[in-house]
Design a protein around this ligand. Structure first.
Ligand code: GPU
Length: 809
């Protein structure tokens, strides 16, 4: 949008004064930020309204992306940037004697997700809006986000994340669009006078779902979509039934906390309540919205696509059936046709412990009507499948099995499309995890490799690189990422390589300053910055990284002149509070860091930095400064990974197993420009099947492994209780579930190859350039275009607008 610096200054002064009744000169940083955020939101409000109206006026098909998690990150800078106002705002603030960067750091980063799954949802929101597609998010407004992580004596401690303590300027609560969600009670069917079977309820717990809407601003296209997050409240007409604070607890608690488990299923009643609450409110509001379109109900799938982000929202299937049958009075067959055509499902993991299976008794008691519908879906499924495919397949694929509701099965049966998030992952779904379904419904399966938004992860996080790209290849890549490949033409240009290296060094200096500020560790910006940032999980193998660092340390101690390039190992990772093993790994890495960082023999050959409270905002600081991207999961276990894509786009070289999207990264960048090590997925499958793996043999016969493992438990690492032992035991005694020892040698070799290459700065930077230039296929814009074409059948649509005018709040 168009805005002069002068107008911005005037608007900002007015905004501040109208909110606080004094002049901005007297404002605190938080107040100055709040005023700025609200002003930017005012600028957004016109295109937001117009976008919504255009969709309705033109009966545009809309996608509703249902996800229990979103990780939008800070929004001020990104919104101002996408609107095209960032420079004006910065200039205006400077004239007022204020610093944009300081104000923007005052924004809290909403941690409404655990990791990759939630961040993917937010990258998708950004791409949908930027591609002018009607795509809305639907989720939960948790009062407390993912815990804030602190280290005390090297141990992870979890603190509550009360992100709403200060006002959230981006959300608008929308009282007009509330819904009622019912839990428990008795439900029965009664034939009414018109002959319909009517669902009757008594003694239900009624919960009011209040929507909070947040604008999702498209990149310079006057397009603003909606992220709708629901909050549980007491229905106004029932307020008098609640006499004490305690009595209101069962309602308030529904949206109080985000479960802090990543890729892990815990069958807690409250979690099931959350899932149904979000699903029911979302589906009700879609059906209500759809009435505005004024088309026959059988055409719902032409106007609405509902996406199920992993199984957490899979109750969409029976809930949509319930509404169509009980409220819209359609027949089962009509309702099923609509539901199945409307829904699509993405699987995000093959980890057995992550697959949701709810006890039937719990489901029946909490959601009696929904359970009746699930039973009927299952009954019809079995009835149809049995004669065609026989007993084995039918029972293996049923929704109800051994006293549980298998949510993945419900999602597959109720959706017209099922996708994995990288080619290897999709292949594993088809050949292993969902093999029987692939036999039943081959046409439903498809791959959609994940992507990331370059806007947040390159344009905003790495302005130096962005400027260089603009100078070298023009600005087209910003709207059309495939233009990035043009940058390949410069791989031999000495000057470009020099500039690229200088930008990386600047970014590293900035991160080094931050490290010194928050960790008190001095690091050499000319060292290799080696980064592993992701949730702490055994399958992601942070402990392989740990063992290698320990190995290096022991080598240095034995031979202080060993030829290692200076290296800073950087970690960011939260462990689920109940995941003991993951917390033990954190503790050992922290203790090793203390040993290594303070040993004068080591100097700057080796430094270890474990950041606290890893999240979107910290990622934005780390990623532009990374030289090496650690993607070292056991092959077959990581569905896709997305930090691999962000790091690549910022010129880090990937050190990877052939897992998830790493394989596609290798294919695009070329095998010479990535460091690959370890077992492949077929080898992992083979080794598991053969049951011949013997980790103890490796411990006993491989001297490097022997020495490193002993150092875990012989007192070499200070301040450990039994954490070193625990890791030792898991690897040697419990036979190393994730083949860490098996991959150790080839990992160490790859790390040495990295050292050698880094000595040739020119060659390193050339490969870095090729990584940047090959990162376009991992733009979420492409991923979303494929979802839109193949699954959702939605198109880009231009917004009609009356001329954008700022509004006062
Ligand atoms: N993932 Br299931 C999560 O972050 N949380 C989950 O609960 C589940 C999966 C991740 C995958 O582990 C990661 O490989 C993938 O890149 C990401 O989802 C997005 O698809």
């Amino acid at each position: 949008m168009e805005l002069t610096t002068k107008d911005f200054i005037k608007d900002y002064k007015n905004q501040f004064q109208s909110m606080y009744a004094y002049s901005y000169e007297e404002g605190s940083t938080e107040q100055l930020y709040n005023a700025l955020g609200l002003l930017v939101k005012n600028y957004i409000s016109t295109p937001w309204k117009e976008t919504r109206e255009t969709y309705i006026k033109n009966s545009v098909k809309q996608v509703f992306y249902f996800s229990m998690e979103f990780l939008p990150g800070r929004q001020l800078k990104s919104n101002a940037y996408n609107l095209g106002l960032l420079d004006t705002v910065k200039e205006g603030l400077t004239e007022l004697g204020l610093s944009f960067d300081e104000l923007s750091e005052a924004e809290v980063d909403p941690a409404l997700g655990n990791g990759g799954l939630g961040r993917l949802a937010s990258c998708f929101m950004d791409s949908l809006a930027s591609l002018s597609m009607a795509g809305n998010g639907n989720g939960i407004r948790y009062q407390y986000g993912l815990f804030r992580q602190k280290f005390v004596d090297g141990y992870q401690v979890e603190l509550p994340e009360n992100w709403l303590r200060y006002r959230n300027v981006w959300e608008t609560s929308n009282d007009k669009s509330t819904c009622m969600v019912r839990f428990g009670g008795n439900v029965w069917l009664e034939r009414n006078k018109q002959g319909y079977l009517e669902a009757k309820y008594e003694n239900t717990l009624n919960v009011l779902a209040v929507p909070y809407d947040t604008p999702m601003v498209g990149y310079r296209n006057d397009k603003v979509n909606n992220l709708r997050l629901w909050s549980a409240e007491i229905p106004v007409e029932e307020e008098n039934n609640y006499h004490t604070i305690e009595e209101t607890e069962p309602i308030k608690e529904i949206t109080q906390v985000l479960y802090p488990d990543d890729s892990n299923y815990e069958g807690r009643l409250l979690r099931l309540k959350q899932e149904y609450f979000m699903v029911s409110a979302g589906v009700q509001s879609i059906i209500r919205h759809f009435r505005k379109y004024n088309v026959p109900r059988k055409n719902i799938p032409d106007k609405v696509a509902i996406h199920i982000n992993d199984t957490h929202p899979a109750l969409v299937v029976p809930e949509l059936m319930r509404i169509l049958i009980d409220e819209e009075r359609l027949s089962w067959e009509q309702a099923w046709e609509i539901t199945f055509k409307t829904c699509s499902y993405t699987n995000h993991t093959i980890l057995r412990e992550a697959l949701e299976k709810w006890p039937i008794d719990m489901m029946k008691e909490l959601l009696p009507r929904i359970y009746m519908i699930i039973e009927e879906i299952n009954r019809r499924f079995v009835e149809n499948t049995l004669p065609l495919y026989g007993e084995r397949i039918t029972w293996q694929t049923a929704i109800l099995q051994n006293g549980v509701v298998n949510m993945a099965h419900m999602a597959v049966i109720g959706s017209h499309s099922v996708n994995g998030v990288a080619q290897l992952h999709t292949d594993i779904l088809m050949n292993d995890v969902l093999k029987d379904f692939f036999e039943l419904y081959p046409e439903r399966f498809n791959n959609k490799t994940n992507g990331i938004t370059q806007r947040r992860w390159v344009h905003l996080a790495n302005p130096g690189l962005t400027q260089l790209l603009d100078d070298k290849i023009g600005e087209d890549w910003k709207k059309n990422p495939s233009e990035l490949k043009v940058f390949k033409g410069q791989e031999k240009d000495k000057q470009t390589l020099k500039q690229l290296a200088a930008i990386k060094l600047e970014n590293k200096k900035r991160l080094a300053d931050h490290i010194e500020k928050v960790k008190g560790i001095k690091v050499n910006p000319n060292a290799i910055f080696d980064v592993q940032i992701k949730r702490l999980h055994a399958y992601k193998r942070q402990h392989l990284n740990l063992l290698h660092i320990l190995h290096r340390y022991l080598e240095i101690k034995q031979n202080p002149s060993v030829d290692y390039a200076p290296r800073v190992f950087i970690f960011g990772a939260k462990a689920a509070p109940s995941y003991l093993y993951a917390k033990q790994i954190i503790k050992v890495i922290n203790s090793l860091a203390e040993l290594v960082n303070n040993d004068p023999d080591v100097g700057d050959k080796l430094k270890v930095v474990f950041f606290e409270n890893y999240g979107v905002s910290l990622a934005e600081k780390i990623i532009p400064a990374a030289d090496v991207s650690e993607q070292i999961s056991l092959a077959s276990m990581e569905a896709s990974g997305t930090s691999n894509m962000k790091l690549m786009a910022n010129g880090a070289l990937t050190l990877a197993t052939l897992d998830g999207a790493n394989i596609e990264i290798r294919d695009f960048v070329g095998g010479d420009n990535i460091f690959v090590f370890g077992l492949t997925s077929p080898e992992v499958y083979e080794l598991k099947a053969a049951q011949t793996y013997n980790a103890r043999d490796l411990y006993e016969n491989n001297s490097n492994i022997h020495r490193a493992l002993n150092a875990l438990k012989d007192g070499t690492i200070p301040n450990l209780q039994d954490e070193g032992h625990a890791i030792f035991e898991s690897l040697v005694h419990f036979n190393d579930e994730y083949f860490v020892l098996k991959d150790f040698d080839s990992y160490v070799q790859a790390q040495e190859d990295i050292d050698s290459l880094y000595k040739d700065q020119n060659e390193w930077t050339r490969k870095s350039l090729l990584n940047i230039a090959s990162s376009a296929p991992f733009s979420a814009d492409y991923t979303i275009k494929k979802y839109a074409d193949d699954i959702w059948k939605v198109k880009s649509c231009a917004v009609e607008h009356e001329g954008v005018q700022p509004l006062d709040e």
